[in-house]
Structures are given as structure tokens and as C-alpha cells.
Design a protein around this ligand. Structure first.
Ligand code: MN
Length: 240
């Protein structure tokens, strides 16, 4: 078990603030974005919305303590470190390690966002079946709630690696879909809302630009619909 000194050692960026929150009143329900960052923009480990022992006997207290206080904290620290290194790269205009720190930001960012969502997805008063619109959408997408549960369970049992089963809302087809995140960094920061994307797989530019991907990205900046991006940004901020 962690003593206080070990814990503080593990939180170099935001020791005081994170420690304060860790010692906060258990049982207070936090939203996804409550106390999410300190005034400098460093991510914080949020308190669980219930006591460590609250999910007993289904999930044991010791697992919850380690999972939240050690594993999740590691993602928070890793994310802050990666973002700090990317800031340094911008300041020095040295992007030689962009692949490494983008991967680190994706790995630790996904870890942080997924765990934050995971804690909120559980409750001592949980279980049963959903009601209302969600129940209807699950029945429509998966035949019945039992079929959804079977598919979600199979996805969770069979996923490899740093794996998750994930129920997502896919906004183009307006469908609920069960996905496996085999390596959670491969879909970058799960839970983040995409605002602006550029396809750089070769089919997107090879006819005109061949191997000059940089020229394609430069050209892309001439056609970005910034009002679309701004609308997506406003919508994401107001709805999440
Ligand atoms: Mn985990």
C-alpha cells in the first residue's frame, strides 16, 4: 500500500492539488470535467464519485485503491509529462521527438479519459437494465438488451492488449456500436471529441502530391472550413 511520501513522489507536477483532491470527501459525485485540471492546465486525478469499498462485493476495495490511486494516477502523470514535453518542443521549434510524445499523449490521455469514464460508469446503486431512450436504442441496435449484453461481454472477454470494451454513439449513422479498444492509444484519446482531422493515408493525396505529404498538409490549410470547426468546438463545450 502507498504511504503518503510514495504518493507525493509520484505526483511531481501537481502534488499539492492532486493530494488535496485524493483526500477529498468520498462519495461526492463529480462530473467528468469537475476539478479536471489545475490553474496551469495540468490534469488532476479526480476523486472517485463513491468510496473505495462502495462497489463491494462485486469489485473489491483493494483493487479499487490500486487501480485508481496507482494505475490511473500513472496515466495522469504520464499525460502531464507528455504535454509538457510537447510544449517544450513548440518553444524550441524542435519536433524530432513528435512521434514519441504524441504516442505518450495518446497512451496516457486515453488511459486517463477511459478511467475517468469507467469510474463514472459504475455506482453502488448500479445494475439492472437501462430505461427510456437508451433502452430503446439498445434494443434497436442489438435486437434486445440481452443481446447487447452478450456482445459487449464477448468483446470484453476476447479483446487483447491494454483492452477495453466500449459502447459508443456513432454520430453519422446515429447508431450505438460496441467496439474493442485493443491498444487504447491506437484511437488516441478516447473520450476526446474530434474537431479537425486530416486524412494522411496515401490514398488521400498520392495522385497529386506523391510522396510530398507536407505539401498536401500545407494545401489542406487552404481549404479548412473554420466555421465548421468552430461550431463543433462550441457544441462539444456546451454538451459535455
Ligand atoms: Mn485500468
Amino acid at each position: 500500500m502507498a504511504n503518503r511520501r510514495d504518493f507525493l513522489k509520484a505526483v511531481p507536477a501537481a502534488a499539492g492539488a492532486a493530494a488535496l483532491i485524493m483526500q477529498g470527501v468520498p462519495g461526492r459525485a463529480l462530473g467528468m470535467s469537475d476539478l479536471a485540471v489545475d490553474p496551469d492546465g495540468n490534469y488532476l486525478l479526480q476523486a472517485l464519485p463513491y468510496d473505495y469499498a462502495a462497489l463491494e462485493p462485486h469489485i473489491d476495495e483493494q483493487t479499487m485503491r490500486l487501480h485508481h490511486g496507482k494505475h490511473h494516477l500513472g496515466y495522469v502523470n504520464g499525460l502531464n509529462n507528455a504535454l509538457g514535453k510537447l510544449k517544450e518542443a513548440r518553444e524550441k521549434k524542435d519536433y524530432s521527438l513528435i512521434k514519441h510524445y504524441s504516442r505518450e499523449a495518446a497512451f496516457h490521455g486515453s488511459g486517463h479519459l477511459l478511467h475517468a469514464l469507467f469510474w463514472q460508469n459504475m455506482s453502488p446503486n448500479g445494475g439492472g437494465e437501462p430505461q427510456g431512450e437508451l433502452a430503446q436504442a439498445l434494443a434497436k441496435g442489438f435486437i434486445s438488451f440481452a443481446d447487447f449484453r452478450d456482445q459487449f461481454t464477448a468483446a470484453a472477454i476476447q479483446v487483447e492488449g491494454s483492452g477495453w470494451a466500449v459502447l459508443v454513439y456513432e454520430p453519422v449513422g446515429q447508431k450505438l456500436v460496441v467496439l474493442q479498444a485493443e491498444k487504447h492509444q491506437n484511437l488516441t484519446q478516447w473520450g476526446a471529441v474530434p474537431l479537425l482531422v486530416v486524412d494522411v493515408w496515401e490514398h488521400a493525396y498520392y495522385l497529386k502530391y506523391q510522396n510530398r505529404r507536407g505539401d498536401f498538409v500545407k494545401a489542406f490549410f487552404n481549404v479548412i472550413n473554420w466555421s465548421d470547426v468552430a461550431q463543433r468546438f462550441a457544441k462539444a463545450k456546451s454538451e459535455l
